[in-house]
Design a binder for this molecule. Structure first.
Ligand code: F6P
Length: 361
């Protein structure tokens, strides 16, 4: 008999509920109890935020977007901002309270579903003695040690569908359409959707771009009687010698700045240089919403079930990973060491170049 707690942290991603579904069922089959901590670690601080999860509570949630547990990317218990009586913000560490409550509540282990930020927090708890298993989530697909994170396939499919629609309007008006997609540190969504969605230009964080090259590609199109062009740009991309475009100060309690605006900036630069009708479009959180694709559902269900098998094997402070189509356990420390970036020598990048896509280099 084991008592397992599960939490979902960071930005949501399609497939979170499918992981929860698999964990609840796989634990129930073994006669174990499962609890869900709402909004990241809130359940460890307030018993009302800790919910018992039975198979009847997760009926058909594998197909639903979002997370039934809620999530936050402002919930780092090691550096939590609180206002003191004078109204000033102080950063406090509440990890010891969480460790104490984890033990008091009698949990045997914690399945933490998250991206790099949430898994880093989980790893720190593992170092304090919590039995942690990580499950790799992010639409950005930028976690090391796993071929895929769940959520990515759905985001790519949403972005590709959007590009398909953008084509017809760009063509009707002989316009350049610049489509901004998510991808803070890596250009996976831009690359996969751009290739599949017929982009002329793909701009990714891994390749600082030269606007002259982007404009050359648009002019080349016109020389070949294609009077419209599609540019896909990842939110974390930047021009050579330029910097990342953000929405100013980060939010309180959030480690990263909010990115956004590169699409409109690129559109303006093209307009200035080419006197060409240019519009920008930000896909934003559309990419995080909706039902997971079959690929993501299956991957998330496999991750959830494999995480429970890892509990059985006692493989803690590890993350379940997809490596060469198989479920594998990898140390969380290795997965969060850095971001997984697009390999510029990979066949996807070569394919893009071979079919005439410009990376602005
Ligand atoms: O990490 C996933 C991600 O979707 C990033 O691509 C994006 O920059 C960020 O989350 C947006 O987060 P928020 O939900 O705070 O707007």
């Amino acid at each position: 008999m084991k008592k397992v707690v599960i939490s979902t942290g960071g930005g949501d991603a399609p497939g979170l509920n499918a992981v929860i579904y698999a964990v609840v069922h796989a634990c129930n089959k073994r006669g174990w109890e499962v609890y869900g901590s709402r909004n990241g670690y809130a359940g460890f601080l307030d018993i009302d935020e800790m919910v018992r999860l039975m198979p009847r509570d997760v009926t058909e949630i594998y197909a639903a977007g979002g997370t039934i547990l809620g999530s936050t990317n402002k919930g780092n218990p090691f550096s939590k901002p609180v206002k003191n009586l004078a109204g000033e913000v102080q950063i406090i560490d509440i990890s010891d309270t969480i460790m104490r409550n984890y033990k008091r509540m009698g949990f045997d282990c914690h399945i933490a579903i998250g991206g790099d930020g949430s898994l880093e927090i989980a790893h720190r708890f593992a170092q304090l003695g919590m039995n942690v298993i990580g499950v790799p989530k992010t639409i950005d697909n930028d976690l090391l040690m796993t071929d895929r994170t769940f959520g990515f396939d759905t985001a790519v499919s949403t972005a590709t569908n959007a590009l398909d629609k953008v084509h017809s309007t760009a063509k009707s008006h002989d316009r350049v359409m610049v489509v901004e997609v998510m991808g803070r540190d890596s250009g996976w969504i831009a690359l996969y959707s751009g290739i599949s969605g017929g982009a002329d230009v793909i701009l990714i964080p891994e390749i600082p771009f030269d606007l002259e090259k982007v404009c050359e590609k648009i002019s080349d199109n016109e020389l070949r009687d294609k009077d419209y062009s599609i540019v896909v740009v990842a939110e974390g991309a930047r021009a050579e010698g330029g910097s990342i475009i953000s929405k100013g100060e980060g939010e309180l309690g959030r480690q990263e700045v909010l990115l956004g605006g590169i699409g409109e900036w690129v559109a303006q630069q093209i307009r200035n240089r080419m006197d060409k009708d240019t519009r920008s479009l930000v896909l934003g959180h559309l990419q995080r919403g909706g039902s997971p694709t079959t690929f993501d559902r299956l991957l998330a269900l496999r991750f959830g079930a494999a995480a429970v098998r890892m509990i059985e094997a006692g493989t803690f402070d590890h993350m379940v990973a997809l490596v060469s189509s198989r479920m594998t356990a990898v140390p969380i420390a290795d997965a969060i060491r850095n971001r997984k970036r697009v390999d510029l020598a990979s066949d996807k990048v070569l394919t893009a170049r071979d079919i005439g896509i410009c990376f602005g280099d």
